[in-house]
Write a protein that binds this ligand. Structure first.
Ligand SMILES: [Zn+2]
Length: 226
């Protein structure tokens, strides 16, 4: 595997418009070099990527608790009131013969958010420790999280669909419970966390190791640090 990174070549790319240009000192009065095309501030890596990812991730993990413990659905009918959490909904679908729906809700609402939180935490920890452990697999995990992101609203869709179906069938009034707000926040915060993570951080320690093996005497101060 042989490649030259933009940093090695003394180049920097613009986050906003993608324009690749030579690195230079910032102009007087400016903290950062500006893009020659669109004038955005240039950075070698997304600034404070790990700190921002951690902040959003911790917020999402905290909200994951009320999202699962508080009711997401409140049903008021002639028989009485009922509050359902995600898990009690899954159990309800399972016992009432809607096994496929139970599986979809379980995967989309409990398993996937948990996996996403775990994967992003793993990416953050390994990048923070400048680990060179399995970079290709970690890049794949990152792509997986990005890919799942666009399906994250699936569970909201399932809840909406259920509400619509149940409304249609019976004389019940169904409203979203506080758990639904917490759950929506978990989904959005996790998406934002994965957007803040700069996947190039996975490769920086790997490239740095390689660079040091090739030029053991050279200082690595020109290389991007988080
Ligand atoms: Zn630009």
């Amino acid at each position: 595997m042989k490649y030259v990174t933009a940093t090695d070549a003394g180049l920097i790319s613009c986050h906003a418009c993608g324009h690749l240009q030579a690195r230079a000192r910032p102009k007087a009065g400016q903290a950062h070099q500006r893009c020659g095309r669109c004038n955005s501030p240039l950075h070698l890596r997304h600034p404070d990527s790990l700190m921002r990812t951690w902040a959003l991730l911790i917020a999402a993990a905290l909200l994951y608790i009320p999202a699962n413990l508080l009711p997401v659905m409140h049903t008021a009918s002639l028989v009485g009131d009922e509050d359902d959490t995600i898990m009690s909904g899954v159990v309800y679908f399972w016992t009432s013969g809607d096994a496929p729906l139970a599986v979809i809700v379980f995967i989309a609402s409990i398993l996937v958010p948990m996996l996403k939180l775990t994967v992003i935490a793993l990416l953050c920890i390994t990048s923070q420790r400048r680990s060179t452990w399995r970079p290709i697999e970690r890049s794949k995990l990152y792509r997986l999280v990005e890919f799942i992101g666009r399906w994250s609203m699936l569970d909201i869709f399932v809840v909406t669909l259920t509400v619509a179906l149940v409304r249609f069938q019976s004389l019940a009034v169904i409203t979203a419970g506080p758990g639904a707000i917490a759950f929506g926040s978990v989904v959005i915060l996790t998406m934002m966390a994965s957007m803040q993570f700069d996947p190039r951080l996975i490769w920086d320690p790997v490239d740095e190791d390689k660079h040091q093996q090739q030029h053991p005497t050279q200082h690595s101060q020109d290389r991007p640090h988080e």
